[in-house]
Ligand binder design. Structure first.
Ligand code: NAD
Ligand code: MG
Length: 296
């Protein structure tokens, strides 16, 4: 008897050349062609996070959206952060979370502002009625061909959003996180195999790994775990808004052994695992989802 649930991973999701496209950052997911699969219909929940209260940054689109949707379908209430420009994407996510029967709180604002990071945590805690998990996914990636063309403004913004905001949000949240709580950060294959055109971004992604590991050791005594997800090429707004040169978009992901980019939903169950009790002996670790490009 054949098993009808067996899918070929090279053809399971979109594997054609992508249409050439570009949007100003931060791009809107709803205007991408094709629209990334964040599990809106493809993710099935099974009550693995029943009653949890989770803050997801970058929750409007891409990988953060896939995590937020999966969390809600697993029974969690979710607060999502994004930039005001992304309100429409965020409202799309809110509808899906509400349809799953869970509470959603929308908190737009800029993570490069320390004060806002503190407000974000306060509001998430207050409006969710608790806070059990931080899922830190927001990130900035702008390709620049040469260090001589990399402005100090871009360098500082990329570090503020990708690295410093993790410190600010975690510091503010420690008042509320308790034994059994979890923190999940989002690095990249770029921490291990940095591209020449992503000097600043790759440096931040390496810093995120050190941050997560040191934090996990610092918080172990409190019973709080911290882990890191390191994605390979995933089809999201980040890539079509300056993350890659636009001529690289059609072939995006095809250099991976699985010969296609990943879809955000393909990371969802890893975030769920790391947020749940199922990963109770897992901390200070990094998990690749790379289509075979592997992280070490
Ligand atoms: P995305 O564009 O959907 O998500 C990035 C999000 O970051 C945006 O939606 C936006 O809300 C948020 N953001 C950016 N600047 C912000 C700011 N100043 N304040 C608040 N929010 C801000 O793209 P994505 O690919 O899903 O990115 C999510 C994470 O995944 C990022 O950390 C990225 O580095 C990482 N990642 C992506 C890939 C990939 O191939 N797509 C690969 C490795 C790692
Ligand atoms: Mg977005």
């Amino acid at each position: 008897m054949s098993n009808s649930n067996l899918d070929n991973p090279t053809t399971k999701y979109y594997h054609e050349a992508y249409p050439k496209q570009e949007q100003p950052a931060p791009a809107l997911q709803r205007e991408m062609k094709p629209i990334p699969d964040c599990g809106e219909t493809s993710y099935q929940g099974n009550q693995r996070l029943l009653g949890r209260k989770i803050l997801v940054t970058g929750g409007d689109s891409g990988i953060g959206r896939a995590a937020a949707i999966a969390y809600a379908k697993e029974g969690a209430d979710v607060a999502i952060n994004y930039l005001p420009y992304e309100q429409k994407d965020a409202e799309d996510v809110a509808k899906i979370i509400e349809a799953a029967g869970r509470k959603v709180i929308l908190i737009p604002g800029d993570l490069s502002d320390e004060k806002f990071c503190q407000t974000l945590v306060e509001q998430a805690h207050q409006k969710l009625g608790g806070l059990d998990n931080l899922t830190l996914v927001a990130g900035k990636q702008v390709a620049v061909d040469n260090i001589l063309n990399l402005t100090t403004e871009q360098l500082r913004k990329t570090f503020d959003i990708n690295v410093l905001s993790l410190f600010w949000i975690t510091k503010a949240a420690l008042t509320y996180l308790k034994s059994g709580s979890t923190i999940i950060t989002t690095s990249s294959i770029q921490a291990y195999q940095p591209s020449a055109i992503l000097l600043d971004y790759a440096s931040t992604k390496a810093a995120i790994i050190a941050f997560t590991r040191a934090l996990a050791k610092q918080l172990a005594d409190k019973g709080i775990r911290a882990n890191c997800v390191a994605p390979g090429p995933i089809w999201t707004p980040l890539q079509i808004s300056g993350g890659q040169p636009s001529e690289a978009i059609p072939e995006f992901g095809q250099q991976a052994p699985l010969k296609r980019s990943g879809q955000p939903v393909e990371l969802a169950s890893l975030y769920v695992f790391l947020a749940s009790e199922e990963s109770s002996y897992v901390t200070a670790d990094v998990f690749g989802v790379t289509g075979g490009l592997h992280i070490n």
